[in-house]
Design a protein around this ligand. Structure first.
Ligand SMILES: [Zn+2]
Length: 354
């Protein structure tokens, strides 16, 4: 037997129990013993999905409210067909659903706004709070992790550092350049001054100015703390996720940053900033700014010929507009100096990597 509420005029609501016996619905309790067959049913209403309100008696003046999973199917299986009123969302349910729907839309909009503006904003503020010394030691820690897996080549790294020493990068950071033997066409900057250049990208270059442009671009990422900003962004997002999902993966998310460095993509704005500042470095050193354009062209050609896009372009996306900006910077340059030292060291480096 299952609980039910029986409503009889003059008696009010009483608690009873019910059970189907073939095609008869037996209702017992509180001194009542009713047998309801389909011919007694005047109308069945469904106030909720699993509830039925059976109106019976001569004028439907008696009401029995029962609750059961798939109550509609159960009634039909015992009674066949009978007059019924389909379950529908009530007068207040529709506005409520709409309200909840718009509430959900607001939450989603809030999350998106927070993701695209809030997190970068907080990351920017957080970056400002990190002292340079801490940024340098964070970079050292990450580079140690990177170099354990792929140690830099000492001979070519020494040549690259001699090459870089000829250029004034106007940096507050102790810049250090590392060549790693790897056919990947890529270069990246770690926070605090460590710059990694793969032999794969040096092999694509044919002018000392292109290499100077590459280093100037990466040094600018460091000067503007772009790498630190990228880490903050990811860490904040992971922290937020950990908070929401309640997962203890925050620590592993932070420690995974080192490995994700190679693929840390910067926004277009940051790339343009690194290009502009990099061009400024070239200009101050009397190095042709158009070599930066020629570097980008070499990389673009590489992606046009090769099966895959060079990693440098994946991590440093290169839309046409970025080329245009560098072209404009190159055209405004007046003073160019000869750099025999750079040319000769570039030649030595190329030979070393052959
Ligand atoms: Zn870049």
């Amino acid at each position: 037997m299952h609980p039910a509420v029986l409503e009889i005029p003059g008696l009010g609501s009483i608690h009873v129990s019910w059970q189907f016996d073939g095609n008869v619905l037996n209702v017992q309790g509180s001194g009542k013993n009713l047998r309801i067959s389909v011919t007694d049913v005047q109308l069945v209403k469904y106030p909720a999905r699993n509830k039925a309100l059976i109106l019976f008696g001569n004028a439907g003046e008696q009401k029995l409210q029962i609750e059961f999973p798939n109550i509609k199917g159960l009634l039909h299986s015992h009674w066949g067909s009978f007059p019924e009123q389909e379950f529908k969302l009530g007068r207040f349910t529709v506005p409520l659903v709409m309200f909840l729907g718009s509430g959900l839309a607001l939450v989603i909009a809030g999350v998106l706004i927070f993701y695209f503006w809030g997190i970068p904003f907080i990351a920017r503020k957080a970056v400002e709070l990190v002292p340079v010394e801490q940024e340098v030691s964070l970079g050292k820690e990450i580079s140690t992790g990177v170099f354990v897996q792929t140690p830099p080549d000492s001979a070519s790294s020494a040549l690259l550092n001699r090459f870089a020493a000829e250029i004034d990068f106007a940096s507050h950071y102790p810049l250090h350049f590392n060549v790693i033997h790897d056919s990947t066409v890529n270069a990246f900057a770690l926070p605090g001054g460590e710059i990694v250049v793969y032999s794969g990208i040096i092999n694509k270059l044919n002018h000392s100015g292109q290499l100077a442009a590459l280093l100037a671009h990466e040094a600018s990422h460091i000067n503007y703390r772009h790498s630190l900003h990228g880490i903050m962004d990811k860490v904040l997002w992971s922290a937020l996720l950990a908070l929401v999902v309640g997962d203890g993966g925050l620590i592993s998310a932070i420690s995974a940053q080192g490995n994700e460095f190679r693929s840390l993509a910067y926004s277009r704005d940051l790339e343009t900033q690194a290009d502009t500042a990099g061009a400024g470095i070239l200009r101050r050193n009397g190095i042709e700014v158009r070599q930066m354009l020629s570097l980008l062209k070499v990389l673009q050609q590489e992606s046009a010929h090769g099966a895959s896009v060079p990693e440098f372009l994946q991590t440093h996306p290169l839309p046409e507009s970025r080329m245009e900006e560098v072209r404009a910077l190159a055209e405004s340059q007046v003073a160019i100096t000869a750099h025999p030292q750079l040319d000769s060291l570039f030649g030595l480096l190329k030979t070393e990597l052959k």
